[in-house]
Ligand binder design. Structure first.
Ligand SMILES: Cc1cc2nc3c(=O)[nH]c(=O)nc-3n(C[C@H](O)[C@H](O)[C@H](O)COP(=O)(O)OP(=O)(O)OC[C@H]3O[C@@H](n4cnc5c(N)ncnc54)[C@H](O)[C@@H]3O)c2cc1C
Length: 483
């Protein structure tokens, strides 16, 4: 039987391939790079230190994904986040301040003024959409406008802004609340208030006993994890379990064409020329494209060029929509320090810097606190993020001045002194897709391409969520469509 070909061996592609295999369907994964994982990349240094060069943590409570991790042989290799790793800092007036972990902490936090707290507490009494042009007209409201309207300008600038840069490296003024935080929009609709909705959920979970300790425990139960060899252990284990005949790395797909044969509709997948110069093709009963939005668009464009008939108008619209999904660049600066070089105890997940602080750093994560058993204890790694949608140019600064600037900021924020033992710069020019206003309309246009072209599925982190868990789930959902 012809396989279902999955183009792209990132988390979305592997989620699709694994689910297809579980459904007993033949599958072939074609990955351009010489390793699987996409942006999930880990490296072990000569001294044994494990670094993640892309994403740092997997956050999931999904029982099916957790079972898969066991099935592919990661039982005993999974590291759960430490209790300390639940604490998060936000830079406020030039210094890191711990985020409150519950309602009592929120009342006491120096992150908000008395006026900001009162504004927040008045949230349940504000009607939906009051005084807001975007909301009133039913247009796609930005995350920032939604946060200001519901929670007040202080919470928007001091808490929501760093959260958005932490997850999306994004600009809250540009991101669509319907695409990025649909559950909050739903809460407003169902409960008329985020605070009321949030508290009702919390109380329902706790049986009416919501202390700050409980809240911290709940955060931990979101099951943040990684692996002994870093996050890439996960895609590597999945690919190994699928087998080398199923996962071909170093194989770039340069085109797909629909094909009708005796066994019905199918696809021909064109691979880039081999070293002998011969162009190889693979016949597939269906194709799952699990590649970034721009690559998806160019493979769909090629469809028009290769076919004799004119391109379907829905495909043209889908291509147009895909090319309008912007990506933010992010550069990671890993610094390895002797432990006594940093005055701050690094007792948390890391810190995030709101844009009002005017920092080069978007944030700094402390993986050795999150996963204390992985690396040696006399050293400590800080993973520093620069760039994002709002300050993309900073991601392009050359290595030397970039490292110098990050060092200056860590000296200021964490009391880091002297030179680190190692500085490593990793650049992701197109790191994270931005779900800007109008995103859901663009995704609807892409979904119509799937209706127009049977046997073709389009997935990846540009739709359905940017987290690792969402990318995996997107792959799994697409695969179930073939079951
Ligand atoms: C710096 C950074 C930090 C992040 N931090 C976190 C985090 O801590 N937690 C979290 O949950 N998420 C995080 N994310 C987001 C998350 O990692 C990604 O959204 C997710 O891994 C994307 O998976 P994907 O499969 O959709 O895409 P990708 O990982 O981009 O995979 C696409 C694959 O397609 C391949 N490909 C492209 N073109 C072709 C072609 N023509 N033929 C064959 N193959 C092709 C690529 O080589 C790649 O392997 C982070 C992302 C980045 C960049």
């Amino acid at each position: 039987m012809e396989p279902i070909v999955v183009v792209g061996g990132g988390i979305a592609g592997l989620g699709a391939a694994w689910t297809l295999r579980k459904q007993g369907l033949p599958v072939l994964v074609l990955e351009a790079w010489d390793q699987v994982g996409g942006v999930v990349r880990s490296r072990r240094l000569d001294d044994g230190t494990v670094l993640d060069l892309g994403p740092q943590t997997l956050s999931t409570r999904d029982p099916e994904l957790l079972a898969t991790l066991e099935e592919v042989g990661l039982r005993g290799r999974r590291l759960e986040a430490s209790h300390e790793g639940a604490r998060r800092y936000v830079v406020h007036d030039g210094a890191p301040v711990a985020l409150p972990s519950g309602p009592v902490g929120l009342l006491r936090t120096p992150l908000l003024s008395a006026q900001g707290k009162l504004r927040l507490l008045s949230e349940p009494f504000r009607g939906s959409g009051s005084g807001n042009e975007e909301a009133r007209e039913g247009s796609d409201e930005s995350v920032a406008a939604f946060a200001r309207r519901r929670l007040g300008p202080e919470v928007a600038a001091r808490l929501v802004d760093p959260f958005v840069s932490g997850v999306y490296a994004g600009d809250p003024e540009a991101l669509s609340v319907a695409a990025v935080l649909p559950e909050l929009q739903m809460m407003e609709r169902e409960h008329g208030s985020l605070l009321r909705g949030g508290l009702e959920r919390l109380w329902a979970r706790r049986g009416g006993n919501a202390s700050d300790d409980d809240a911290e425990d709940a955060a931990r139960r979101s099951r943040i994890c990684s692996f002994d060899e870093g996050l890439q252990a996960w895609p590597i284990a999945v690919a190994r379990a699928l087998g080398p005949d199923t996962v071909r790395t170093g194989t770039r797909v340069e085109g797909i064409t629909p094909r009708s044969g005796s066994s019905g509709q199918g696809w021909r997948v064109h691979l880039s020329g081999s070293s002998s110069g011969a162009n190889e093709t693979v016949d597939a009963r269906a194709v799952v494209l699990a590649v970034p939005a721009a690559v998806t668009a160019s493979l769909l464009e090629g469809l028009g060029e290769r076919a004799s008939s004119p391109p379907h108008p829905l495909v043209e619209e889908g291509i147009h929509a895909l090319t309008r999904i912007p990506y933010a660049p992010v550069t990671l600066v890993h610094l390895i320090w002797r432990r006594d070089r940093i005055a701050h105890s690094l007792d948390g997940f890391g810190l995030l810097a709101p844009s009002r602080e005017g920092r080069t750093l978007l944030g700094s994560l402390w993986p050795d606190t999150i996963f204390p058993d992985r690396n040696r204890t006399d050293r400590v790694v800080t993973v520093n993020f620069v760039g994002g949608a709002r300050t993309p140019d900073r991601a392009l600064v050359p290595d030397e001045p970039l490292v110098a600037e990050v060092l200056r900021e860590l000296e200021d924020l964490l009391g880091a002194r002297g030179e680190p033992e190692l500085a490593l710069v990793t650049r992701w020019p197109r790191a994270i897709p931005q779900y800007t206003r109008g995103h859901l309309d663009r995704i609807a246009a892409v979904a119509r391409v799937e209706e127009a072209l049977p046997g073709l599925r389009l997935i990846g982190n540009w739709r359905g969520g940017v987290s690792l868990g969402a990318a995996w789930e997107g792959g799994r959902k697409a695969a179930r469509g073939f079951g």
